[in-house]
Ligand binder design. Structure first.
Ligand SMILES: Cc1cc2nc3c(=O)[nH]c(=O)nc-3n(C[C@H](O)[C@H](O)[C@H](O)COP(=O)(O)OP(=O)(O)OC[C@H]3O[C@@H](n4cnc5c(N)ncnc54)[C@H](O)[C@@H]3O)c2cc1C
Ligand code: SF4
Length: 508
């Protein structure tokens, strides 16, 4: 009698998909009872750098819940602790006499490189399936784009909307006549408005057990206290429904607002679950579109939210693979200062920075504008080395992964890729922060002062950046108005800004 053939499916910790293509393929080939699912907790991967403890807790708890669910569904599961992925794979193959391994291409480049060499290293058949966690994997709107002259996000987004038939009218044009409703958005949060509290998801026994392990790890950022992220696909789906019911309606107008009293405001907080496969981008897009069709949320909010997923998220992933390997080392503005130590403690007298840093360190979350217009804005203006900023973001955020952090920090946040992701640097003085946030009123600095005692450092650094890079900035049409302001500045004022900025930066 011939031995039944088994297939091993190696599922990565950020690929916890309900419809994992490897599982479906293996099941179709040999039947569920002959599919072995391999999940590996790699000590080397977990210790690669000090990570946000809430992120580690999320991934490890979600992996273990996923393994239990698969076992209950009739799969054989081998859940391994190993020094690294390769040792875990080798040990599994030896223990089970594996002859065929199926795995889905990793979203991150270092792990994908490992996967590409596995057939040789393990000496068996390896099926590396395309990654299905991104819609751009199904349809690439610009497959032949020159990496040096890539389309901007808006062009990419329109092509994605058209292809996936999202928010289109009967003629295939954008619903309501516009592709973007940003002009209706970008409002500060009114004092009288109180965003709903974030969902409360008390951890179950398994999550509490993982929390104890993560708390005992020697390196890490933040704590496992007050962890309230969903760790299963069903719970993540519940969080999505709650976002749609409670916050999507006001997402658009207040998506750029910053408030000390609410971290989430009207954002979804779903990125950590989306990035490990507990949710898919299409689920989010369809849920938001359905809310619009049902009259539960207005077009400016729904379109704004869908643009984050179908536009920005997909574009970022697409850019990551186009810009590698150069993206990792880019430093267009020749920044050379180290990251200030206070980024790791939040101890700063710049109120907006102190508050946002502490929020990020404690919870692993701040929303997009705090990441972009406070943290990255500061680092770009202060000339902090992009790779140091990237390492900080990777360590601190619960939704951080190489594919999303590199293009967002090096590209969008610091404009260090020479404008391939964002055609202009996102820089702003205190007047933007004062308009969109509520920190300035209780800050020791004066957001209206540019120089002198009590002047806000954002103002000083903003004008210093314009002066330092005036020649390059003048060539960028999108920065015309900002640079034009320099024309009215006399040599004495220029000298004062340069001198005071140098003194401030000296403290680094
Ligand atoms: C410097 C910087 C670093 C960032 N680092 C990360 C990161 O490590 N991981 C991450 O998932 N996102 C990152 N982003 C993008 C964005 O800030 C976060 O996705 C978002 O703040 C997560 O919160 P949310 O789920 O409440 O998002 P919402 O405001 O509710 O937006 C909905 C979803 O849109 C997606 N999205 C929106 N903008 C982007 C973007 N620029 N890139 C990718 N996805 C986007 C996310 O999946 C997000 O969950 C970064 C942005 C910047 C400027
Ligand atoms: S005054 Fe300047 S440093 Fe203080 S909170 Fe406002 S922008 Fe931040």
């Amino acid at each position: 009698m011939t031995q039944p053939q088994f297939i091993t499916v190696w599922v990565l910790g950020d690929q916890l998909l309900q419809l994992h293509p490897g599982l479906r393929m293996a099941e179709a080939a040999v039947g569920r009872a002959h599919v072995r699912v391999l999940l590996i907790e790699s000590a080397a991967r977990l210790a690669q750098q000090p990570y946000q403890r809430k992120k580690l807790l999320l991934i490890l708890s979600a992996m273990r819940h996923y393994a239990l669910e698969l076992e209950q569904a009739g799969f054989q599961v081998d859940y391994r602790h190993a020094p690294d992925f390769l040792h875990g794979l080798q040990a599994h193959c030896t223990d089970f006499g594996t002859t065929r391994l199926v795995t889905m291409a990793a979203a991150e480049e270092p792990t994908r490189r490992l996967q590409q060499g596995l057939a040789t290293q393990l000496g068996l058949q390896v099926d590396l399936l395309p990654n299905t966690q991104f819609l751009v994997g199904q349809f690439d709107p610009f497959p032949d784009a020159d990496p040096a002259r890539t389309p901007i996000m808006a062009t990419f987004y329109r092509a994605m909307r058209r292809h996936f038939g999202v928010l289109l009218d009967a003629d295939g044009g954008p619903l309501g006549g516009h592709w973007s409703y940003d002009a209706d958005n970008r409002k500060p949060l009114p004092r009288a408005l109180h965003p709903p509290p974030p969902p409360d998801l008390p951890p179950d026994a398994l999550t509490l057990a993982v929390a104890a392990e993560v708390a005992a790890m020697p390196h890490g950022v933040g704590t496992v206290e007050q962890f309230n992220l969903p760790v299963t696909a069903a719970a993540a789906q519940g969080a999505l429904q709650r976002f749609i019911a409670e916050r999507l309606r006001d997402f658009g107008p207040y998506e750029d607002a910053m408030a000390e009293r609410s971290a989430l405001l009207y954002h979804s907080g779903l990125a950590p679950m989306l990035n490990i496969g507990l949710l898919t981008p299409l689920q989010l897009v369809q849920a938001a579109e359905a809310a619009f069709q049902a009259g539960a949320a207005p077009l400016n909010s729904v379109e704004g939210f869908i643009r984050q997923i179908l536009g920005w998220r997909e574009y970022i992933y697409w850019q990551y693979w186009r810009q590698l390997p150069a993206l990792r080392d880019q430093n267009f503005w020749a920044a050379r200062r180290p990251l200030p130590d206070w980024f790791w403690t939040g101890e700063s007298d710049l109120r907006c920075m102190a508050h946002t840093l502490r929020r990020a360190l404690d919870s692993g979350y701040t929303h997009h504008i705090e990441r972009l217009m406070l943290l990255c804005n500061f680092c770009l203006l202060a000339g902090v080395v992009p790779q140091e900023v990237n390492a900080w973001f990777m360590a601190v955020y619960a939704d951080a992964y190489d594919w999303v952090m590199l293009p967002n920090v090096i590209g969008m946040g610091l404009n260090a890729d020479g404008g391939r992701i964002a055609t202009k640097p996102y820089i702003a003085s205190a007047s933007y922060i004062n308009r969109m946030g509520d920190y300035c009123a209780s800050c020791v600095y004066d957001p209206k002062r540019r120089t002198g005692a009590g002047a806000c450092p954002f103002n000083l650094l903003y004008w210093n950046f314009l002066l330092e890079h005036e020649t390059v900035l003048r060539t960028n049409p999108r920065l015309g108005p900002a640079v034009l302001g320099l024309a009215r500045m006399n040599p004495d004022e220029r000298a004062v800004i340069r001198r005071e900025a140098a003194a401030f930066l000296e403290q680094f």
